[in-house]
Write a protein that binds this ligand. Structure first.
Ligand SMILES: [Zn+2]
Length: 113
């Protein structure tokens, strides 16, 4: 399960931040997860407490914010929130678009003590 190794590297990353900040406890971790990030929400929620066990992140709360998939049209500069996997401008129908949201997977914030 690829979410398990992702959760594992995230826990390591947070532990490194905690060390730097001199933090002892993490109350909550907020993760931003794009719908196209390739990470599944449920398996990640399942994996996180498993890898957090025995670390300073044990019992910390995981909050996942799913971000929508947004593209920006290079022809008419309109931003479109995609409801389908097909990247297309909602204004002019062009396929000449850039992803500006939806592929990210990152730690948005940490509540530490
Ligand atoms: Zn357009």
């Amino acid at each position: 399960m690829h979410e398990l190794s992702l959760a594992d590297s995230m826990v390591q990353e947070i532990e490194a931040i905690m060390e730097k900040e001199g933090a002892e406890k993490v109350f909550s971790v907020t993760v931003k997860m794009g719908r196209l990030s390739g990470v599944e929400k449920e398996p990640f929620e399942f994996a996180f407490p498993i890898v957090a066990e025995g670390t300073k992140l044990e019992k910390s709360k995981l909050i996942i914010e799913e971000s929508p998939v947004i593209v920006k049209c290079k022809d008419c500069m309109t931003e479109t929130v995609l409801e389908t996997p097909f990247a297309k401008c909602g204004n002019c129908g062009s396929r000449n678009v850039d992803y500006i949201s939806g592929k990210e997977f990152l730690i948005k914030s940490l509540e530490i003590e």
